[in-house]
Design a protein around this ligand. Structure first.
Ligand code: PMV
Length: 325
C-alpha cells in the first residue's frame, strides 16, 4: 500500500554523443542514439505527493512556485503515469537542484529522471529501469539517460517501447572527471526542449544523423577500452556537429560566448602539449572539460586562469537515480 509520497534523487548527465532532434517530438523519440556519463554530485532531489485535496498538479522549483510550460511538461509526464497506475489524483511536486539550472548542465535531465522515479514510487508502481527510462524520456529526452548509472547509451529505437537508455559501464569503470567551466549562469533564451524541435530546419541535420551510428560505435568502444584520445576526438567532433546544426537552424541557436571559445582554445592547447583533456558543450555557453581524475585538479587551475570563467564544477561518474528512504 502506498502513502502517495516519495522522494527521488537523480544525477545530471553530460553527453559525449549528443541527442539533437526528434523523430517523434511528442514522445521524444530521438533522431539518433546518444551516449553520456552521469554527473555525480550534480543532482536534483524531487518530492512527489499525490493528494486528493488538489484540483490540479502543483510545481515548486528551487522553492519558487512555477506555472506555464515547466508545469505543463510535468503534468504531461504525470498524466502518463496516472494512466499506468490507474489513478486520478493530482500531485504536489517539489524539486530542488544543487547546481545552476537552464545553463547547459542538463538540469532537465536530472529533474525529469527524479520526477519519474519519485512519481512512480508515490503511485505505488515498481517500474523496471527500462520503463522508468521510457517515462523520463517523455519529460525531457536526455532524462532517460539519468535513470541508469555510470556510462549510459540511449538506443534511439523506433517507438515508445524500444527507445530507452541502459548502462554500458558502471560509474567506477573509468574515473573521468567533468570539469565544467562556468562562463555564465544566465538562463538561455531557447532551451534544449524547444531547440530540439528546430534541428530539422538545418540542412546539416541529415548528414549529422546519418553519421551517428559510426560515432556511437567509436565512442562506445573508447569507453569500454578506456581510450582517452579516441574519446576526446569523437566527443569534440560530435559537439561541433551538433553546434553546427544549432547555428544553421531557423531561427539560429548560438549558445557560445567569447569565453566559451577561450576555453576551447585553452583545451586544444593543453591537449597539443600532451595534457589528456577534451571539451564538449550542451545548449548553453558553459564548457564541459573531460579529463582523467588524476589530472582534474591541474585542469581546474588552468581553467580558472581564463578571464570570464567564474568557477569550475567537478563531477565524477555518477550512479543511477535512486529513492531516498
Ligand atoms: O533532453 P533535452 O530536451 O534537454 O535535450 C538535451 C540536448 C543536449 O543536452 C544539448 C544534448 C544531450 O544529448 O544531452
Amino acid at each position: 500500500m502506498t502513502n502517495w509520497t516519495a522522494i527521488a534523487i537523480s544525477s545530471s548527465n553530460i553527453a559525449f554523443i549528443k541527442y539533437w532532434g526528434n523523430r517523434d517530438s511528442q514522445l521524444r523519440i530521438p533522431a539518433n542514439g546518444s551516449i553520456s556519463m552521469n554527473l555525480d554530485g550534480l543532482t536534483t532531489r524531487t518530492r512527489v505527493s499525490f493528494d486528493p485535496t488538489l484540483s490540479n498538479d502543483r510545481l515548486t522549483l528551487n522553492e519558487q512556485a512555477v506555472s506555464g510550460l515547466p508545469l505543463q511538461r510535468v503534468s504531461v509526464l504525470l498524466e502518463r503515469l496516472r494512466a499506468m497506475a490507474n489513478i486520478k489524483l493530482f500531485a504536489d511536486v517539489q524539486s530542488d537542484n544543487n547546481f545552476p539550472a537552464g545553463v547547459g548542465i542538463a538540469s532537465s535531465a536530472s529533474a525529469f529522471a527524479a520526477l519519474s522515479l519519485a512519481a512512480a514510487a508515490a503511485a505505488g508502481l515498481d517500474l523496471s529501469e527500462k520503463d522508468l527510462s521510457r517515462l523520463g524520456r517523455t519529460g525531457s529526452g536526455s532524462a532517460c539517460r539519468s535513470i541508469p548509472g555510470g556510462f549510459v547509451e540511449w538506443q534511439a529505437g523506433q517507438s515508445d517501447n524500444d527507445s530507452y537508455a541502459y548502462s554500458i559501464a558502471p560509474p567506477d569503470y573509468w574515473d573521468l572527471v567533468d570539469c565544467i567551466a562556468i562562463v555564465s549562469e544566465n538562463q538561455k533564451s531557447i532551451g534544449s526542449y524547444k531547440g530540439n524541435d528546430l534541428a530539422d530546419t538545418s540542412p546539416l541535420q541529415t548528414a549529422r544523423v546519418a553519421d551517428a551510428p559510426r560515432r556511437l560505435d567509436i565512442c562506445r568502444q573508447a569507453i569500454l577500452t578506456r581510450d582517452f584520445s579516441t574519446l576526446a576526438e569523437i566527443t569534440e567532433l560530435d559537439c561541433h556537429l551538433m553546434h553546427a546544426v544549432m547555428m544553421t537552424s531557423a531561427p539560429r541557436l548560438f549558445y557560445w560566448q567569447p569565453t566559451t571559445l577561450d576555453v576551447i582554445h585553452t583545451v586544444i592547447g593543453l591537449r597539443k602539449g600532451g595534457f589528456p583533456v577534451c571539451y564538449t558543450i550542451d545548449a548553453g555557453p558553459n564548457v564541459h572539460c573531460l579529463t582523467p581524475a588524476h589530472s582534474a585538479e591541474k585542469l581546474g587551475t588552468h581553467l580558472l586562469q581564463i578571464q570570464g570563467v567564474t568557477r569550475v564544477l567537478n563531477a565524477h561518474p555518477g550512479g543511477p537515480a535512486r529513492l531516498e528512504s
